[in-house]
Structure formats: C-alpha cells, structure tokens
Design a protein around this ligand. Structure first.
Ligand SMILES: CC(C)(COP(=O)(O)OP(=O)(O)OC[C@H]1O[C@@H](n2cnc3c(N)ncnc32)[C@H](O)[C@@H]1OP(=O)(O)O)[C@@H](O)C(=O)NCCC(=O)NCCS
Length: 379
C-alpha cells in the first residue's frame, strides 16, 4: 500500500473516542501461554497519558476507517549523560494497528510521525516498552527503526485478597508529608535511571495515595536515618483505567474458584482467596521502592503488606502492580504472583539527535544501574 491514502493526524476526542475504543478491543496484546492483563480505558482512550507533562495521541485513518493509533509523552529525567545527567525523553505507548491492515507500513508510519513530534519538542531519546516475545513490535522498533535493547525491568503483580494481613509489631510506619517525600526522593533516588525531574508533580497528583517509610520499632524517623529503612509510594491507577484478565488457562479459573470456596468454608485456615479477574477492576501501582540497611528487605515486605491492606479495604482494587529494575534485588521482597507477572519487560531506546548517539553508545556500555525509576504516569 502506498502512503498516499493514509492520513495520520492528532486524536480528536469527539470524533475518535468510540472508534479508538473499538480498535483497542480488536487489538488485545499479550502472550498466548500465560495470563495477561488488559487495560480497559472506560471510554477515555487518552487517560493513560494525560497526567504526563506533555503528551499526544495520533490516529491513522484510511478512507473513513480508523486503522491505527499511537500515544507519546515527554518529560525530563535522569540519564547518565554528562555534564548534567538530565535528558528529555519521549515515551511511546499504545501502538495498535487493526489486524486486517497489518504489514502495510501503518505501524511504521505512526512511529515515524510520533518521532517527528518528539524532535519538534526537543526530545533527546525516544523509548518504548514491549513484551520480549512480541515479535512484530520487536522487529518494527529494533530491526526497522534502529532502537536498541536498553533495560529489562520486572513487572510484579500481586492479587489482593479480601483478608487483612497481619503486620509485624517489630516495625513502625510513617506516612510522609509531600514535601518530605519529595526531598527524600531527591536525596536518595535522583541518580536513578529515568528519575523524573518533576517528581513533585507526581507526588502532588490526586492519584497519588502517599509515600510511606518503615523502620525497626524503637528507632525514630527524624534528624538521622534509622539503621534500616525502606520507602515506597502508591498511585491509584484504577481511578484512571481498569484492568481485566485477557487470557487464563482453565487451571487458573479452577484455582480462583477453589481458593474462594476454601476461604468461605474454612475461614480459620486464613488462606488468601484469589479475586475474580474477569470483570474490569482497579489496581494500585507501587513506585519508588527504596531501601537501606540489613533489615530493609523485611521492611519492603512489610510495606507491601500495608499497601495490600489499604487495597483490601478499597472497593475495586484487585491487584497491586510494581515495576523494578531487572537487577534490583528488592524484587525478592515484593510479593507477586508469577502467573500474572512479567519477569522481563523489554525497554528499547533510540537517540533522536545526532549528538546524542555517542552518549547512547556510552550508556549502553555501562551495566544497568540496580535501580530504575518507573513513572506511575506511564503504566
Ligand atoms: C506491532 C504492530 C503495531 C505493527 O503494525 P504494522 O502496521 O503491521 O507494522 P508495519 O506494517 O509498519 O511493519 C513494519 C515492520 O515491522 C516488522 N513487523 C511488523 N509486523 C510483524 C510481524 N507480525 N512479524 C514480524 N515482523 C513484523 C517488520 O519488520 C515490518 O517490516 P516489513 O513488513 O517490511 O517486513 C501491529 O502488529 C499490532 O498492532 N500489534 C498488536 C499491538 C502491539 O503489539 N503493539 C506494540 C506494543 S509495543
């Protein structure tokens, strides 16, 4: 197909909202061999990016048919790029082409148009995340558009049971004021890869439920730091969009049903019931997990229990999602369910300016830092 009859233009909510929702439904993405969670944007296809500082959504139109869509957002983050270690990055997400029109160059054209928007907005690097087994997406970005594999964070998903979990009395918790949380982030995490320069906007956003620290009982949180401590923040993603299970083998269905039956019949066993995932449900996203000291792994685990209990009391939060750097050992302390988690989410990156190419080669040579900041606005 020539490009002549294809129009790429900005999304127009009035004109496109229903058609984009329909397109999303026809393009469900996920691995065939395990369960995967699908975003349900509840009638607002742009909701996933609208908390980002700068964003756009493009649609591809052929005749009067909407055949493709892509979204992008821009922000300033930490990337190890002397002298300032700051870079303007453009995030690509939500690329979809309807099955009937695939392999005709529409996906490629959407990405190229988005890259042009990035360049016009001063972006240094574009990046995207994909399932490592998504061959079409990998070949499009890596083989065709020269993106390079960059980082492989893990997406950890934990179901929320209706039961309140016991929290050890050996630890104390504190919910931080926003200013306190921001200064803690800047002190300890600003050198993390992809740390957003506008962290204050995230913490002040109405979707941010707060930042908590945990430390051993008997010590205090104040002028000096406890011997061990951990922190994390929680974002109520379910206020923006819902999730539902896109694929589930019958073993999962049986497990869910039997766990619920066991909980009803034998509440004294305190077995966690696995929630129903077939209807759209809300979720919390945990970000900014940081820890120091010998007991900090236990403290992360305890903070996760605290978040679980908050979620258990909420109306529709059925899973807690966290994404951490591939070599971040905190993942060993974050409870998650393997069936729904993704051990290697693949991030690919490309320099948008000639002068950034050499910096990217240098960045690729350095081993990934243990910690990677995953922005809750990009989930
Ligand atoms: C990925 C996707 C957007 C590609 O759209 P598309 O319009 O078919 O892609 P294009 O026709 O522009 O393909 C460009 C190049 O990508 C690669 N590619 C695309 N689809 C491919 C496939 N199924 N298998 C192997 N390579 C593929 C090829 O290199 C292709 O070039 P070629 O046709 O000259 O060989 C589309 O398959 C899709 O919507 N998939 C489901 C959603 C998804 O996975 N999105 C990506 C999430 S990051």
């Amino acid at each position: 197909m020539g490009y002549g009859d294809l129009i790429i233009r900005s999304y127009n909510a009035q004109k496109d909202r229903v058609r984009v929702e329909d397109l999303e439904r026809r393009c469900e993405v996920g691995p065939a061999e395990r369960g995967f969670l699908i975003a349900d944007t509840l009638g607002d296809p742009i909701c996933r990016i609208k908390n980002s500082p700068v964003y756009t959504m493009l649609v591809a139109e052929l005749g009067n048919q909407l055949v493709g869509v892509i979204q992008g957002s821009i922000k300033l983050v930490t990337l190890h790029k002397p002298p300032k270690n700051l870079a303007r990055v453009g995030y690509i997400l939500g690329l979809r082409v309807v099955p009937l029109y695939r392999r005709r160059g529409i996906g490629l054209r959407l990405v190229i148009e988005l890259e042009e928007w990035f360049i016009a907005n001063g972006v240094d690097y574009a990046y995207m995340a994909t399932e490592k087994d998504n061959e079409a997406s990998f070949k499009l970005f890596v083989d065709k558009l020269s993106y390079v594999e960059f980082r492989k964070p893990a997406i950890l998903v934990n179901p929320v049971s209706r039961r309140i979990l016991r929290i050890s009395s050996n630890y104390e918790f504190e919910k931080l004021k926003i200013e306190e949380a921001e200064s803690l982030y800047r002190k300890f995490m600003s050198s993390m890869e992809f740390f957003p320069n506008d962290i204050g906007n995230i913490l002040r956003n109405k979707l941010s439920l707060g930042t908590w620290v945990a430390y051993p009982r008997g010590e205090s949180w104040g002028a000096t730091f406890p011997s061990s401590w951990a922190m994390l923040s929680v974002w109520n993603s379910g206020e923006l969009f819902k999730l539902r299970l896109g694929n589930a083998p019958s073993s999962c269905l049986m497990y869910t049903q039997s766990s619920q039956l066991m909980e009803t019949l034998f509440p004294c066993f305190k077995l966690p019931a696995i929630p129903e995932f077939w209807q759209p449900f809300g979720f919390y996203f945990v970000y900014g997990v940081y820890r120091e000291g010998p007991l900090s792994g236990k403290l992360v685990r305890t903070l996760c229990r605290l978040v679980h209990n908050m979620a258990a009391k909420s109306k529709d939060c059925k899973v807690i999602v966290t994404e951490v750097g591939g070599s971040d050992t905190s993942r060993n302390h974050i409870p998650h369910w393997k069936f729904l988690s993704c051990p290697e989410d693949l991030w690919c990156i490309k320099a948008m300016k000639n002068e950034e190419r050499s910096s990217l080669i240098e960045m690729m040579k350095t081993p990934p830092t243990r910690t990677l900041f995953v922005d809750p606005r990009e989930v």
